[in-house]
Design a protein around this ligand. Structure first.
Ligand code: CP
Length: 310
């Protein structure tokens, strides 16, 4: 495995998280810093994406590198039965870095085992989405001025939502207090509740989502119910609209509260919330460009500050 790969947020330390946030801030100030001259990056998306793929590709373009890849695996030889192993080994012949999203949990980890080319996991099933976590952390840091001692309320699909799983793990370094709001079918999985217990992280769980349940919250992290992960579509229909943030629910919340959502949104945030100054999800998606520039340079071992000085 290439040690520069980013497969799980669990692979990176507190110091590395803070370093990546500082690098993201650098790229927000220098978005067209051309440090990827001569580098080719592959984006292999076996699952749909708008933000993750386009922000990674914009990041490479703004850094001066080249992109190859696909956004629809049905147009590739995987539709003829080529294995993931063979696809990764082939693409490794052409590029310096592979960014991949796959519907199978563990696919990115598996890819690191069949190539020495660094791999960035852009989402593997319901498991992990570490680059999303870095942009979430950057967004939290920008809006709160700190990552420490925050109260974070996660709402919606806490079972299949890989972004909440990755964020929960990353925040273990920063003394968070979590509130998990979900119906019993979409409850935060036991392994993540156990993770909280093992790491001394405070959390409460409730099925109620109202103004009272977010009164002391700093970050309100809304999530989409992940229809594509349900084996029983009737169960999806039962739970898909249980939790919707209305504008009036934000009236008595803390002044520093910001609403985050990894997007895409379906019905979980009313459209009129978009004009509330506490809505931050579109800025959050913009921060993804800078966080991903930082992640790409780290994966390629590029000293961005040295390049900036020269
Ligand atoms: N947040 C996120 O992963 O969005 P996409 O699925 O559009 O990439």
């Amino acid at each position: 495995m290439n040690p520069n790969s980013l497969v799980s947020i669990d692979d990176i330390s507190r110091e590395e998280i803070i370093d990546l946030i500082e690098r993201a801030r650098f790229f927000e100030e220098h978005p067209n810093h051309k440090v990827l001259d001569g580098k080719v990056v592959a984006t292999l998306f076996f699952e749909p994406s708008t933000r993750t793929r386009l922000s990674f590709e914009t990041a490479v373009n703004r850094l001066g590198g080249r992109i190859i890849g696909f956004s629809d695996a049905s147009t590739t030889s995987s539709s003829k039965g080529e294995t993931l192993k063979d696809t990764i080994k082939m693409v490794s012949n052409y590029v310096d870095l592979i960014i991949m999203r796959h519907y199978l949990e563990g696919a990115a980890r598996y890819a690191t085992e069949v190539t020495d080319t660094p791999i960035i996991n852009a989402g593997d099933g319901a498991n992990q989405h570490p680059s999303q976590t870095m942009l979430d952390l950057y967004s939290i840091y920008k809006t709160q001025g700190t990552l420490e001692n925050l109260t974070i309320t996660m709402v919606g699909d806490l079972k299949y939502g890989r972004t909440v799983h990755s964020l929960l793990m990353a925040l273990r370094y920063f003394n968070p207090t979590f509130r998990f709001i979900a119906c019993k079918e979409l409850r935060m999985p036991k392994e993540y509740r156990d993770f909280c217990d093992a790491n001394g992280i405070r959390y409460t769980e409730t099925t109620e989502f109202d103004a009272d349940s977010i009164a002391d919250t700093d970050i309100l992290y809304m999530t989409r119910v992940q229809r594509e992960r349900f084996s029983d579509i009737m169960e999806y229909e039962r739970v898909k609209n249980l939790y919707t943030l209305r504008n009036d629910m934000l009236a008595e919340t803390k002044p520093n509260l910001r609403v985050l959502h990894p997007l895409p949104r379906v019905n979980e945030i009313d459209q009129d919330v978009d004009d509330n100054p506490k809505a931050y999800y579109f800025d959050q998606a913009r921060n993804g460009l800078f966080a991903r520039q930082a992640i790409i340079c780290k994966a390629l071992g590029i000293d961005i500050y040295k390049e900036a000085r020269s």
